[in-house]
Write a new protein. Structure first.
Length: 247
């Protein structure tokens, strides 16, 4: 895959190898003669880094993306390079604080370094309407909807009040903080020993029955159930005393 835009290639041809490395490292101020080429080169690098990150982030329709490009570590000592290629690993999804790879393809010494970037992906989510302490059992009054940076933290955001109401916070959240799966306890649908409804689903059919839970049923987790015939099956806890078994 060709990874340099025409602007990027032209800027590389115009800039001296030493100027390119100085620019990447954010080194000493450039002379009046060097500044125009450096500015074009900087723009080319930023445009390519942004393009790579945006292509790989794969945001859903309606989500707003902002990308901030940082600087390399100024303590690096890189050999002059006539052609630098920015890249991302195949299949890598850059969200939050991450890096774009830069590798020297033509120079006296090949090198590979990483340029820091921050990818912000904004979309709707439930946020805390006020500061909430750890251990709070969420109620509708604790929730409101707002646009948040989905990539700011690990854990999927909660977008539906039904996903949040009745669940317990595992840590304190401030007013306006997004509520995520990582900071609420999974809802417990049943305890070990409870009688549960089994829903076995196959291609084009479903069968219902009953069984006794062998383990605690946490929302979305695997659970083992002993059927009325004594057989043990494994399924997902999906609702109040309900287990779904995929066939």
């Amino acid at each position: 895959m060709k990874s340099t835009t025409p602007l990027f290639s032209r800027a590389l041809r115009r800039a001296a190898p030493a100027l390119l490395v100085a620019l990447l490292l954010g080194a000493a101020p450039l002379s009046a003669e060097e500044a125009p080429a450096a500015q074009a080169l900087a723009q080319a690098f930023e445009e390519r880094a942004r393009s790579l990150a945006l292509e790989s982030a794969r945001p859903a329709d309606g989500l707003r993306v902002e990308i901030e490009v940082g600087r390399l570590n100024p303590r690096l000592r890189l050999a002059p390079c006539e052609q630098v290629e920015p890249y991302l690993p195949n299949g890598f999804k850059p969200w939050g604080r991450t890096r774009v790879g830069l590798r020297c393809l033509s120079g006296p010494k090949r090198w590979n370094v990483y340029l820091p970037i921050t990818v912000k992906v904004f979309g709707p989510a439930l946020v805390a309407s006020s500061a909430l302490a750890a251990g709070t059992v969420l109620a509708e009054a604790d929730l409101q909807e707002a646009e948040v940076d989905l990539a700011a933290e690990h854990g999927a955001v909660l977008t539906d009040a039904q996903q949040a109401v009745g669940r317990t916070l595992t840590r304190m959240v401030s007013a306006g903080d997004a509520l995520r799966s990582s900071n609420v306890r999974a809802r417990q649908w049943f305890a070990a020993g409870d009688t549960v409804r089994l829903v076995a689903i196959g291609t084009g059919f479903s069968v219902e029955g009953q069984g006794r839970a062998i383990s605690v049923g946490l929302d979305g987790s695997q659970v083992r159930v002993r059927t009325e015939s004594g057989r043990i099956v494994t399924g997902l806890a999906t609702g109040e005393r309900e287990v779904e078994v995929r066939l």
